[in-house]
Design a protein around this ligand. Structure first.
Ligand code: MN
Ligand code: MN
Length: 392
């Protein structure tokens, strides 16, 4: 009797594996790297989910004097195809030189210290802004900008880019360009003698160092010509978007910060033991940076694939669009997480909300449980709960 059962099982398994399904690497043909939503992504279509954690602050990155840039791109964290991130510290008098990004918009959150930025847009409008901890900026793809430490304390901020293939070390820097253009061409371009460019840097400077900047900022050479939409938003100066037993959420997308058309930012505070419940985002990937505390992040990837990562302060996590996940504060104190989404319009579906949106008989049949059990489930969205849960 055991023999036929075994053969039946093997036949069944063979039949199943012959059917292409979303997540099957066999359905990727000809090295397709377009990664449309309905094309399986080899980075997440294996039998097991790959790691979705990277210890960003433990990495070295690019260091000059006491300034640095540490990046998390697909090179460091292969799953993170939709979003890259950088942790940058600039010392007093230091400047991340004038540059643009050909392949990504830039969004930033200031952790400590103060920062000044200038940015130019295609209409020739320029904006200079000063930032404090909790403030954010957004620069559309390709708009030229610089970042400068203000005052006598170093500044530290987290940059988020809406393209995981983006590298902070492959940006278009003004010194790199001018250093490699013929002096004759530069002279003609600017109407100056060639000698004027004799002692310009020959290669990319990346971090430039000079005096502590004046306050307030001086006007640009062209005079003031501000853009129609500001690049600055004071996220933590606002009251939280929502407060819960167990935590708070600040959120900013293009509805409150109109220029930020491709990125939504969230700061999530979780008290000890609190949980950001099981949920997913229909339209965006999620990039996480733990500012303080320690959390457990779970991820569900269909076909029985489930993975848990423990993130400490300075670690990065990544959840692809549509993948189920949760964030739980597993440390003794509060935790604060910075989250970026590659969308200007935030969307999420929470599991408690989905359950609450179904009749008890549907749930009873789906789970083979008595209908009465589901009367005890939350009848509305939970989103975030303290250590005792929504009924506690
Ligand atoms: Mn930049
Ligand atoms: Mn999420």
């Amino acid at each position: 009797m055991p023999k036929p059962q075994r053969r039946e099982f093997l036949l069944g398994a063979a039949g199943l594996s012959a059917v292409p399904f979303l997540g099957d690497t066999a359905t990727v043909q000809g090295g397709d790297v377009s990664f449309q939503n309905n094309v399986p992504d080899p980075a997440v279509s294996g039998k097991e989910l790959p790691t979705f954690k990277y210890a960003l602050e433990k990495s070295t990155g690019k260091v000059m004097r006491s300034s640095y840039g540490k990046e998390a791109t697909v090179t460091q964290l292969p799953i993170s195809k939709g979003i890259a991130g950088v942790s940058m510290k600039i010392e007093p008098g230091g400047m991340r030189e004038m540059h643009w990004h050909a392949t990504a918009a830039e969004w930033a959150f200031v952790i400590s210290g103060r920062v000044r930025t200038t940015v130019i847009d295609p209409e020739g409008s320029a904006e200079t802004n000063d930032f404090e901890p909790g403030d954010i900026w957004y620069f559309p793809r390709g708009h030229g900008h610089m970042l400068q430490c203000l005052g006598n304390e170093p500044c530290h901020f987290i940059l988020i880019f809406d393209n995981g293939y983006f590298s902070e070390f492959g940006t278009f820097s003004v010194t790199d360009w001018i250093g490699h253009a013929p002096k004759e061409l530069l002279a003609k371009n600017f109407g100056l003698p060639e000698a004027a460019f004799e002692s310009f840097p020959k290669d990319e400077v990346y971090f430039a160092f000079g005096p502590v900047p004046p306050e307030p900022a001086k006007p640009p050479l062209q005079g003031l010509k501000p853009p129609p939409l500001t690049h600055k938003y004071r996220l933590l100066a606002q009251p939280p978007h929502r407060t819960f037993e167990g935590g708070r959420e600040w959120r900013v997308d293009s509805s409150s910060f109109p220029i930020s058309k491709t990125i939504t930012g969230v700061v999530l505070d979780l008290d000890a033991g609190a949980l950001r419940e099981l949920h997913w985002h229909p339209t965006a990937d999620e990039w996480q940076y733990v500012i303080s505390g320690s959390v457990s992040v779970t991820m569900f990837g269909s076909h029985g694939r489930y993975r848990v990562e423990s993130l400490e302060a300075g670690d990065v996590g990544y959840v692809p669009q549509g993948y189920g996940h949760s964030i739980e504060n597993t440390g003794p104190g509060p935790a604060r997480i910075l989250i970026g989404f590659n969308t200007g319009i935030y969307q999420n579906i929470d599991l408690s909300q989905w359950i609450a949106g179904n009749p008890a008989d549907v749930l009873a049949t789906n789970f083979s449980q008595p209908a009465a059990l589901f009367e005890k489930f939350p009848k509305k969205d939970v989103f975030l709960t303290d250590r005792d849960g929504p009924n506690g």
